[in-house]
Design a protein around this ligand. Structure first.
Ligand code: ZN
Ligand code: ZN
Length: 67
């Protein structure tokens, strides 16, 4: 297991339309002040929005979804 790879896998941008998940490199922990001597052992970071494909196409909100 590579530590660096593991960190990156915890950071994602998730498309609300097609549910595509894109890994991101930004780590908010590096800019977060940890209060009270709290010892962080793990974290994850998820950003929700629309991917490039879905951002261009109008969202089909009422098309019923299957799963
Ligand atoms: Zn999408
Ligand atoms: Zn991180």
């Amino acid at each position: 297991m590579g530590t660096t790879d593991e960190i990156m896998q915890h950071h994602h941008m998730i498309c609300l339309n097609c549910e595509k998940t894109l890994p991101i490199r930004f780590c908010p922990m590096s800019e977060t002040d940890v209060p009270g001597g709290f010892r962080v052992v793990k974290h994850k970071f998820e950003v929700f929005g629309y991917c490039g494909t879905c951002a261009e196409a109008p969202a089909q909100s009422s098309s019923g979804r299957e799963s």
